[in-house]
Design a protein around this ligand. Structure first.
Ligand code: ATP
Length: 305
């Protein structure tokens, strides 16, 4: 079921359209990666979804209801593109204060569990003004988790944190996903998105340029895949037929001793190739298929604005 839906959602600043009639649907339990180059409109889109700014036109439905008619804010958690903290409050004070503003309960145990989840447990009593940028980012994620929300909107949850902490945050997001939470996140770290996101949308100049699972995006790109096969010798009687079959499947074929490589334009051809080799009783020692990376898809989709 779709827990987030936008219909023709637009935002204009003056005469500039920054989000342009975006219709998007996110199912419950997804980790949805929202990509796009700087200025594409990602934060503006998230800020509309989370009620930080008002849309110029279009509709937002969350949990199956128009956001105007449903008190949805208690059911979501938000890490905005920039968070502000109060110098005089400790990390734990921030969560308690935030729980009061959000009108949700927060026991001491809840507070410590959340801070531990973002590796700030031992800094619970420290004032946020003494925190590094990365620690503040983690505190922002902790705030988003207050009230155990069903959807987390996270604007660049790992930017500016060290490599180890980024891995830790990714593991946290995967754990929340396993608990059934929906996560809508932006990131410029394509490797991270490839690793944890179940679905991806690429925004370009305020519109969705492409959307789908990584496999769907790869398939849609129809890039030629480089296939390398290592195998036992072909029998004399099979040799000509096998070579002819391989040559009918793809292009740029290179034959070597016990190995060959070619480029195919769809995955089914890799399956057909393996079937033919198995039927000809050829032992396959290795098949390597290079599929287009998210980076390649992103560069292709994003292109020049
Ligand atoms: N309040 C505002 N008034 C005028 N223009 C704005 C405002 N907020 C954002 N913009 C413009 O809207 C465009 C999209 O900005 P947005 O922050 O949504 O991009 P983004 O995709 O999140 O970029 P980044 O990856 O750098 O965070 C930018 O050109 C930005 O300058």
């Amino acid at each position: 079921m779709a827990v987030i839906e936008t219909l023709q959602l637009s935002k204009r600043f003056g005469d500039r359209t920054v989000v342009d009639q975006v219709s998007l649907s996110v199912r419950g339990g997804e980790i949805f990666g929202f990509l796009g180059r700087n200025g594409a409109g990602k934060s503006t889109f998230i800020n509309m979804l989370t009620g930080i700014i008002r849309p110029s036109s279009g509709r937002i439905r969350m949990f199956g209801h128009d956001v105007q008619t449903e008190d949805w804010k208690r059911r979501i958690g938000v890490l905005p593109d920039y968070s502000t903290f109060y110098d005089s409050l400790s990390a734990a004070d921030h969560l308690r204060y935030f729980a009061r503003v959000k009108k949700v309960g927060l026991t001491h145990e809840d507070c410590m569990r959340i801070l531990d989840a973002v590796e700030l447990g031992e800094h619970a009593a420290r004032k946020a003004k003494t925190f590094s940028f990365g620690m503040k980012k983690k505190l922002g994620i902790a705030q988003a988790m207050v009230g155990d929300p069903e959807i987390l909107f996270l604007d660049e949850p790992t930017s500016g944190v060290d490599v180890e902490s980024a891995l830790h945050i990714q593991e946290l997001l995967l754990r929340l996903h396993q608990q059934g939470k929906t996560i809508f996140m932006t990131s410029h770290n394509l490797h991270e998105v490839e690793k944890i996101c179940t679905r991806i949308a690429i925004m370009k100049s305020g519109k969705i340029a492409s959307e789908g699972s990584l496999t769907e995006l790869q398939a849609a790109q129809q890039a030629w895949r480089q296939v390398q096969v290592r195998h036992s010798a072909f029998s004399a009687e099979e040799q000509a037929a096998l070579r002819a079959f391989v040559e009918s499947l793809g292009r740029n074929i290179r034959w070597g001793e016990g190995r060959f490589q070619l480029q195919v334009d769809e995955e089914q051809k890799v399956a057909a190739l393996v079937r033919a080799l198995v039927q000809a009783r050829v032992d396959i020692y290795g098949v390597n298929v290079d599929v287009p990376s998210l980076e390649k898809i992103f560069m292709q989709e994003d292109g020049d604005v």
